[in-house]
Design a binder for this molecule. Sequence first.
Ligand code: ADP
Length: 217
Amino acid sequence: MTQGGSDAGPSRSSTAHDESVRLLLIGPPGSGKGTQGKRLAQHYGVEHISAGDLLRHEVETKSDIGRRASDYMEQGELVPDGLVYDLVMPKVLAAGKANGYVLDGFPRSVGQAEECRPVLDKDDVAVRLAVHLDAIPDDLMPRLLDRARSEGRFDDTPEVIRARLDVFNDEVEPLLDFYRDRGLLVLVDATGAPDHVWAQLQVAVDGRQPRTDLRSG
Ligand code: ADP
């Protein structure tokens, strides 16, 4: 559902790097980052780059990257940084140099954030705002099991969901600190209905982007 037509299209058309929307969504599996990421990207006229979607495509097409990534994904573990980096970074750089991006699931660890920061900074296309989608842990498993019934993702079994939630919990605090330390982190309550979360996201993003007094991270 759109809100008064606000979802109709890009609200900014600038391609200047210092004004473009460059967002990272950080949230646990089941927090809605895929849904909200697509909506944000459409709304701001930028590219939605989902590391998980890109990896699943590689697995489905049985590419070299897909073959090397699939075991990790089937266990709910993180795919090795080098594989993800080679797959995702060219897309992030290209989108950054074009209109901007909404990143969903990359960087996913502080190691990944540290590795890509200087490369993105060099082209002046680093993340300008990291949004922490804050969910209630007990809500996530039922939501994901529900989604498993309708979508049937290969990594949506109860055991693998548990592993993905554990991996997220292990990685998230240092990742949040990385962006918090740079003044780039905002928190959005992800517990409500999708339209409610969307409304809050827009407030958070519009309130913080674009601003020239924020340092890129
Ligand atoms: P979810 O957030 O629900 O776990 P994603 O689609 O974001 O779903 O990720 C699915 C899987 O893809 C992860 O469990 C992991 O194996 C892999 N993956 C996604 N993003 C990354 C990343 N940045 N680094 C390493 N592995 C990743």
